[in-house]
Write a protein that binds this ligand. Structure first.
Ligand code: SF4
Length: 433
């Protein structure tokens, strides 16, 4: 069986009209098969590229000379982007020269399919194939946000054994153990129900997922194993409405220490992009404001800007009013955030290579960090512009999603380097979302 979001077939790339073409400002993967096709092939027509190699500027002639990264078999390589962050294959009109000269078949799988992704999971009784759409594309957001609710369709398409075996070898191959994968996918289904419940704010739903996953990890440690029945019983018997009320009572969003934490997080995630002058028009004004609106710096010392505002006797009064205005304006986009959360949970929480409940938790925590950075960028945008429009919300979403679109290995490394324990305590989750 094949599963895909109800809006999957509506997606169409807007190409030259896209406000943030996906051919710049991030790493573009090239799969081993495409890298092989590029080997020794002349650059497309009209391209003249020079690169510094061992201190000398050298004219590049072949497509594979524009690849970086490991030469290990089976490992994806990356396109070496221009110093301005653009893909070197883009022409002045923003069109892809590979397509113009050699046709679509010469594109890497990422370029052929983005923002579409195909995942093949090994589940009990065979394989489950899913199509997903990544949220870092403005055209996808336009389609997603036209939906009333998030829905997955089942399409009657069976996977042949050779197809399944081929998928099993790919970078997103079906390597998981069937029993475990059934449990992960059931948890994801239950999380999608929480995300889609209009009685829970999207932020609250994310925290409820964190609490549920913490319980399931605890149950597994106590019983030695987790079964599908245990997961079903847990979700059937848990009173999420009461938990929701408790979680909302404990909400600290907008409190000064939470705002400082969010500002630090925003600065931390943007530092590399600012250094490399990527997303400059978006990041610079917000980064400046994030310093202005921090109460404490990373060492817990009150910032100069806050001290000055306080000395004028207007820090807290201004603060409360500003934040209340922001909350009320952002509330108009609650449906958009709910659909976004559902799309993220569906497309990112479980991958074919997910192995443990801890992997799920790390992914959920990463989504919480994304959510924290996104909320902060929305708040700072509101402060900057005095309003939040559909376009400004959409821009915040696709840029933050791209900036935080790390691979699973990089996410784990970030979490291990940034936190004492990769599994967060509740209070940190509560502070960040
Ligand atoms: S980000 Fe989306 S709409 Fe824009 S160029 Fe890429 S696929 Fe097309």
């Amino acid at each position: 069986m094949l599963y895909k979001p109800a809006y999957y077939d509506d997606f169409q790339c807007t190409a030259e009209d896209c406000p943030c073409n996906c051919c710049h400002d991030w790493e573009i993967s090239v799969d081993p098969e495409t890298a092989r096709q590029w080997r020794g092939r002349l650059l497309p027509e009209g391209m003249q590229v020079q690169r510094r190699i061992r201190k000398k500027m050298v004219a590049i002639r072949h497509m594979d000379s524009l690849l970086t990264g490991s030469h290990r078999p089976g490992v994806n390589r990356k396109i070496s982007m221009n110093p301005d962050g653009r893909c070197p294959f883009l022409d002045e009109r923003g069109l892809c020269r590979i397509v113009l000269t050699y046709g679509d078949d010469m594109l890497s799988k990422t370029c052929q399919t983005y923002p579409r992704e195909i995942r093949t999971f090994r589940v009990s009784g065979g394989f489950r194939r899913e199509y997903t759409l990544a949220s870092g594309c403005p055209a996808l957001l336009d389609i997603l946000w036209k939906q009333d609710h998030f829905q997955v369709q089942e399409v009657n398409e069976t996977i042949s054994a050779p197809q399944a075996q081929a998928a099993a070898k790919g970078p997103f191959g079906a390597e998981g153990s069937p029993g475990k994968m059934d449990i992960f996918l059931l948890i994801r289904t239950c999380f999608l129900k929480l995300a889609g419940n209009p009685a829970y704010k999207p932020r609250t739903a994310l925290k409820l997922m964190f609490l549920a996953l913490t319980d399931l990890i605890g149950m597994k440690a106590e019983k030695g194993a987790l079964t599908l029945d245990m997961v079903r019983t847990y979700f059937r018997n848990t009173d999420f409405d009461t938990a929701c009320r408790e979680v909302e009572k404990a909400d600290v969003l907008g409190k000064s220490f939470s705002m400082s934490e969010h500002n630090n997080l925003f600065q931390d995630i943007s530092v590399e992009y600012r250094k490399r002058k990527i997303y400059t028009g978006f990041l610079e004004p917000l980064a400046w404001l994030s310093q202005e609106y921090s109460v404490f710096d990373e060492d817990g010392v009150p910032t100069e800007a806050y001290t000055a505002r306080r000395a004028e006797g207007k820090a807290d009064r201004n603060w409360d009013r500003l934040f209340a205005d922001f909350r009320s304006r952002a509330g108009a986009f609650e449906k958009h955030f709910r659909l976004l959360l559902s799309n993220e949970i569906y497309s990112e929480l479980v991958l074919p290579e997910t192995e443990t409940l801890e992997d799920l938790m790390v992914k959920l925590e990463w989504m919480a960090l994304e959510c924290g950075v996104l909320m902060q960028s929305l708040f700072l945008t509101f402060v900057k512009d005095g309003q939040l429009t559909y376009e400004s919300v959409r821009e915040c979403v696709y840029i933050i999603i791209r900036m935080t679109g790390y691979s699973d290995d990089d996410i784990r490394e970030y979490m291990e380097n940034s936190f004492d324990d990769i599994l967060w305590p509740w209070w940190y989750m509560n502070d960040i979302v």
